[in-house]
Design a protein around this ligand. Sequence first.
Ligand code: COA
Ligand code: AMP
Length: 637
Amino acid sequence: MSNNTETSYARIYKQSLSDPEAFWKKAAENIEWVQPFDQVLDDSDPPHFRWFVGGELNTCFNAVDVHVQNGLGDQLALVYDSAVTGNKKTFSFFELRDEVAHFAGVLAARGISKGDRVIIYMPMVPEAVVAMLACARLGAVHSVVFGGFAANELAVRIDDATPRAIVCASCGIEPGRVVEYKPLLDEAIDLATQKPECCIVLQRPAVVAAMVDGRDFDWHAEMALASPHDCVPVKATDPLYILYTSGTTGQPKGVVRDNGGHAVALKWTMENIYGVKPGEIFWAASDVGWVVGHSYIVYAPLFAGNTSILYEGKPVGTPDPGAFWRVISEHNVSVLFTAPTAFRAIKKEDPAGEHISRYDLSSLKYLFLAGERTDPDTLHWAENYLGVPVIDHWWQTETGWSIAANCMGIEAMPVREGSSSLPVPGWDLRVMSEEGEEVAPGEIGTLALKLPLPPGSFPTLWNAKERFIQSYLERFPGFYNTSDAGIIDADGYVYVMSRTDDIINVAGHRLSTGAMEEVLSDHPDVAECAVTGVADVLKGQIPLGFLVLNAGCTRSTVEISDEVVALVRKRIGPVAAFKQALVVKRLPKTRSGKVLRGTMRAIADGKEWKMPATIDDPEILTEITEALLTIGYPRSE
Ligand code: COA
Ligand code: AMP
């Protein structure tokens, strides 16, 4: 893009970086402040930066009450559509405000106030959204834990966040099975050293959970007694939520989000990135347990006065691959946001798009995809059958909103296959070499963001200030290390290629292979192990374990593999999708003892690989290749 043909995108992007304070001050005018901020950016303590210092606001007020105040109380705020139960329910802003104010009253009556933590362990039901907003209303800090995690993972989060209260549902409903959440919660509380004072339990018709006397309280009974609670002003820099995400060890990282920067940035994204106007219908087909759910099922659409769809179901099997098209046509969805894996699942069952032609999808303007790179097949299939721009955009739990995207509300740029388009205003994106130098356009390196990060990105990790610095800021001083490898081409298009750490992406879910290795190595017969992410047609990647057994172990290798698979499901949860472990004689290592996971992955994927110069014993790779062949790797598809 040359200067004489400067695009609106290029102009706005430049403005956002040349004078970030002016840029975000203007965006902050769209938020209702109880107390205006004194300083847009406090940069007095690098590498820590704080936005909107001195300002006070309430996030729930900006998401819900403001619209009632502005006369839009009758507009729909939330539409719950459950393909797994057949239930549907709508909430106007007025109704949502009443529900949230009452549930804030429930929490307040149980002693919850500003700064207290509340864990929410719930499936995709409106009460999950109500609970999140009620915490925000009180200035309490919520931490939502995804339902597919096991008791042990929940316990780790309870111990780290030390919640005074936990809000949970009796069950989640997965196709073909009911997942009882309450026994998992009970087990987690037993395992945790920090016990919550109370649990509020939503009893769903499918399962009535057993209650612990004096600790557990029924959602509906509490709501019937509660008085509505008003919004409590908090500092812009106070935490709104903690969202745990996988790090390279079994201890997840508690990503902290503040109130002020979050509200300003997220509201800005709705019109500018997603190109939706207030009143339009926005659907993020994700889960409230992930960052996409926090930002784009709950907060951003509500800040912007959109109607948000809360869909409890899958892209396929609930009941068929037309499920997404039914929701779009029934609720007049303007913008759909999901992960490429959902489209691969649909495409696999309905390659000719026959279900699409059964519905009127004329309301749909754009499809946004994130969570993993959009593969060209999925991109073109979606473009062909939906006839709308398909936008791959890249972001992370830490950033809270997208770093690279095609900003539909600023200027639609040409879509390029394999690219998440251009850096979004606010993000100063560079590509770094191993030596920490910026590389030339078109060369691969680590994607890094120059500090300060824009509002809405995480200011720190909960209880882990040192880890925050070590994990993100030390590798490239003055920059945030995204741990994603990628390329920026001569036109500024960004290509995100792979993680540079041990994180894998399974069906758009971020998982730590290190955490899985910790579980495998706890098996009494396992001497050594490694987990790597291998290519999968549907989920993008799936974990594959390699086990070396203790000398003298004569037990059946099939039995041991089954046991470690069960152990990962029990300790991490079904979401890990850990289904296979291969017993091998030895693991390939460098002379310094580093396990060559990347080489094993390349062999399993049938990709070309080079013998690592530092390998300890090349013969081991022949053994690994042979062992992989016995379980069908490389896959033929
Ligand atoms: N509570 C309990 N268990 C859950 C759960 C929840 N909220 N969500 C998922 N699980 C379980 C599933 O039942 C499955 O268990 P199984 O091993 O017994 O089959 C396991 O966790 C893996 O789930 P999932 O990754 O969802 O795989 P799937 O095979 O059930 O479905 C897709 C595959 C592609 C249809 C599904 O992953 C999907 O819809 N993805 C959409 C993308 C998305 O939500 N991305 C988030 C970021 S945008
Ligand atoms: P999460 O924190 O769960 O949102 O996962 C973030 C990680 O998912 C990123 O660091 C990337 O590795 C990957 N990711 C997300 N979106 C994309 C995308 N559009 N293209 C490539 N990778 C992506």
